[in-house]
Design a protein around this ligand. Sequence first.
Ligand code: BTN
Length: 247
Amino acid sequence: MYKLTILDECDSTQEELKKTLKDNEFLAIIAKRQFKGKGSYSREWISDPGGLYLSFNFPTIPLNLPASIIFSVIVAISLQEYVDHTLGKHLGIIYPNDLVVKLNGNYYKLGGILVEICGNNYVIGIGINVNNQVSNYQFEHKALSLNELSRIVNNKTYKFDVVDIAKNILDKVSLFYSSRIDIYQRLLELDFTHELKNVKILVFMDGEEVIDTFDNIKIDYNLKKIVLYKSRMRKDLEFEKVRRIFY
Ligand code: BTN
């Protein structure tokens, strides 16, 4: 379904895609490196060679869950199928848009999903740490790449095929478009958010964004609400009120 373009470099695959996108087209762009990679919350996405930097469009059809969650699950499913079982069981997501590795009780950022809207399309950006080295970087989160995970878990340095990973993700997105993949069934097992304890969360309350610490967080995907617990207090919030989770 997708027409894929592979670039050696660009400022941002998001901007490249927006420049060329027309309605009723399915376009995807990957770049081997980006000079001005965009992260969520107007942050920079460090885009060294070896990572996967992919953007594609998807029509803004009504979705039952936030687009960031849907595409995070699709990418996590695709990665789990791509890597072997020993690595796959470490992969999951944290609300609202993080791909994570769970290792020895710690959570590391493997990648992230950026959702923008351009006319009648979502422009989805996927950044994944694949063969690049990120464990020594001081990001807001601890980070890990698939290559580093493989070294730790399987004791071997494996070079993953970034283009192949991108094609697998696009195949899964195409299956989702034609309703041949059940996101909800896999969502609960892939979502690590509910495991987090004593967690700092950026929430939008009383007209402003505040960071507060909560004992834990539960996401009710059926009732479409998030419940935050702190001592005996319980706070029910709509999805979009929980902006970021620090882990
Ligand atoms: C996040 O902040 O977690 C989301 C990061 C998304 C980065 C990807 S890399 C490909 C695409 N192009 C960009 O400039 N950003 C997204």
